[in-house]
Design a protein around this ligand. Sequence first.
Ligand code: AMP
Length: 185
Amino acid sequence: MKLILFGPPGAGKGTQASLISEHYSIPHLSTGEIFREAIRNETPLGKKVKGMLDAGELVPDQTVVDLVADELKSDTYEEGYILDGFPRTVAQAEAFDDQLKKQNETLTAFISLQVPEEELVKRILSRGEGRSDDTEEGVRNRLAVYERETRPVKDHYAAQGLVFEVNGIGTVEEIFSRIRSVIEK
Ligand code: AMP
């Protein structure tokens, strides 16, 4: 089972992706987490992307596409995976589709969490994760980048008939149960 969990910043992708990962025993691949870890460990990748993450800007497509392609080579992902935070631009989606095609693989579903914008800002600023991009300005910029660059990714997969919308308002358990019914359909 190969899944993409999609949604704006603050939609709860990380939380739900962890639950999906545990429930279906598939690894959770979060590009944002990989970048944050690289920053914590002060690796060359971390040094390269720190300013971009702090500003809420996207890391260049090629960097992310190469990173994901490399990571997915590991045997861990053979049985499937849940992607969280990737692809975030149409160019990334196209590169990812090419990669799947070359390996004769197909995406199972693209699950899109829907949360209204006013709720997103409130959630991010109150979640208190201490992320360096969780400032009012960082959040506003991430939302603007989402609208401009990331939302079109959903249309890209809708054209392939892979999009399943899930209402992202409610308790963590309620939302997870909606996701399960989409997956098990
Ligand atoms: P996230 O944890 O998914 O909210 O990602 C945090 C930050 O990491 C984003 O604001 C971007 O700076 C960077 N990032 C994560 N995934 C991607 C991606 N697929 N493409 C470009 N930048 C990304």
